[in-house]
Design a binder for this molecule. Sequence first.
Ligand SMILES: [Zn+2]
Length: 225
Amino acid sequence: MFIGHFAVGLASKKFAPRTNLAILIVAPLFLDMLWPVFLLLGWEQVRIDPGNTRFTPLALVYYPWSHSLLMSLVWATGFALIYHRIARYWRGTLAIWIGVVSHWILDWITHRPDLPLYPGGTRCGLGLWNSIAGTLAVELLLFAAGIWLYVGTTRARDRIGRYAFLAYIALLLVAYLGDRFSSPPSSAGEIAWSGIIAEVILIPWAWWFDHHRALRAGNSAAVHS
Ligand SMILES: [Zn+2]
């Protein structure tokens, strides 16, 4: 899953409006941010295997440190505690914890049974990726719902708040569909580096336009609790 994770970040702005969107997006992307680093370190493995599922050419051979359920709870708790120490904002803390764990749940729905419950444990996955139409339908619907909630919570204060946001959504859609309909990557290193480069662009970009958007009236209760 790709833009489905972004959808969770966009949606959680409604619940935790005081937290910058970049942080709310890092949370549901967090396991996929660890993964390329762990691949480069040789701690986890991926193999290029066109047809592995109909949606992805990747065989996710071994990735218990970034993608087991147990480790997702550990990462979620660590991230949420650090945020809480700094920000002291319970809604943001909770949104981060749920966001990190939501990654595992959404991956569990999409992946074939390759997600371990704990390192070395039983692997599970419902395999939505075996259906291209099903994957696109679920992910695009989630993404639309995320945008709808985000736009219902914030409004543009200026041109950056409007157009940098719209360009961001357009880029995510192009990247998502382009990735699906282009040829498979040539190596694990290419997968890892393209993931890292995407994060370096997409996270600060979200911070930037979110900063140029104001909360709509009616969010004040969520801001102060
Ligand atoms: Zn993942």
